[in-house]
Write a protein that binds this ligand. Sequence first.
Ligand code: FAD
Length: 540
Amino acid sequence: MTQLPPAKQGMPCQRLKQILQTLADPTPEQVVAEIDRCLSGGLGLPPRVFFETTEQASVAISITDPDAIILYANAAFERVTGYRADEVIGKNESLLSYKTTPRGYYERMWTDIKAGKSWTGRLVNRRKDGSRYLAELTISPVLSESGAIQYFLGIHRDITEVRHLHAQVASQKALIETVLDLAPMAVALLDDADKVVLDNHEYKKLASLFPGGEPARHVLRALFGEDGSHFKLPGEGFSEREFVIERGGSPMRWFSCSGVWFDRRETSAEAFLDSHRRRYLVLVMDDITPHKRRQEEQRLATLRAMLAEGEMVQSLREAISGAIYQLQGPVNLIEAALKMAQRRGSSGDSSALIGVLREALESGQSALDRLTQSMPSEAQESAAPVNLNEIVRDVLSVSTGPLLSAGVSVEWKPAPVLPAIPGRATALRTMLKQLVDNAIQAMVAHRSLDRELRIITSSSDDGVMIQVEDTGPGVPEGLRTKIFEPFFTTHRPMSRNAGMGLALAQEVVARHGGSLRIDPHYERGCRFEVFFPRGSREVE
Ligand code: FAD
């Protein structure tokens, strides 16, 4: 066993001598008590206990003189370094140096410990067999009563394995982060308080879309509402849920989002003794905007074709209805003339006239019947919940060309939340497009300098409303009811407007249980108001 260094063995005696000199006339009891205190270091423990404790400590302990000459080394020191204590006592601690540590590092260490401060650092050490190990070393100066450095206490442990494990974890983390960063989709790892603990480049890029907030939280709120508690249930994940980001001024972005929960054991100090597991959510967001744009373009092209076909059917119906309307007058006159002639009797002249009139009536009625039969029927469409914001967006999208060529600027103010109404989307689109086309036509015909179209949707306890405003000439008070009558038009007789547009628009709105009117108080141009009361049901 290692012997206590001679200098250390002498310490309690010197201290006792000093104390006894301060006592004027010490009694035997006082002397015994002082001897006891000195031997036990004032703690009631004999010095042997300190020695054995140090000797059996599991960390390598050495005591040196102020020049790092080793005076004592414990058993753990022997195990860690491979040197026996008697091989190192009297040698400098530098015999452990692997000679790779930069000189400046030692200089800083020595500056600290010479100044009486404790120093902790890592050094590459060499064992007796020449192998290296990484030592975590703390050197503490042991001061005399006057504050001079008497010894240095060195405590070190081999942290090669720990360092290796740390390096492995760090490199695996770096690897995971690199792979994550290379992923083309945004990935974030959230703890159970929705705090992002790991993310990738693509996720960081999303920050610009959500100024002043964590993108993941916005996304979860958009997908699951404010509370979102139901998707946190055990085992619940979700896959390919789509959401759209719409920011005023910037193009829409679509994302497909999936989430997977997993449990992980807590590593914090408080959780050391219990087996508490924490839940984490891996959130993956894939930007599907290009794909969605293509889909949307296809949808709009189909919509355009449907609306164009609808318009064609409508103008045919208008033309045929106009012809029927025009023909009905003469046929009615012929019928009246026939009845008159029949009342007068069937003399020679009259019977010839009756015959001619009957023939004329028959051919007029058969022309009317043929016209009625040739009327193209309206497209059949089944009713479904319709969001009027989407109807407005569709109509504005398909009207982009006419709006641009007419130099009309558009302001679109959608209600943030708009309850769906039961309805027929195509009929409603046709109706709204009629109002938009009318507004463009009115502003162009009036040669308005400021051509503005504003569409506002709103919702109240009573129902939902679309307002279509233009900066055209407006509709004079006397015509505000008339313009909804069939075949009423303010356009030239030969223009392509047969005067059925608003009549049909009103019919569509009425079939949805709503109302279409002109706001009499609007003065900048014309404002049409389409209103669907809450709970309105479409009527056939
Ligand atoms: P050296 O020439 O010995 O020293 C390098 C630089 O250190 C010098 O330029 C000088 O600035 C400074 N220096 C050295 N000795 C002194 C001194 N007495 N006073 C002021 N400055 C000085 N080193 C290890 O490599 N591994 C260890 O495990 C280790 N344990 C130590 C434990 C204790 C308690 C102490 C006090 C020192 C320990 N050292 C240890 C430091 C060791 O004593 C050497 O300073 C170091 O190993 C560098 O040795 P060297 O031969 O490469 O260079």
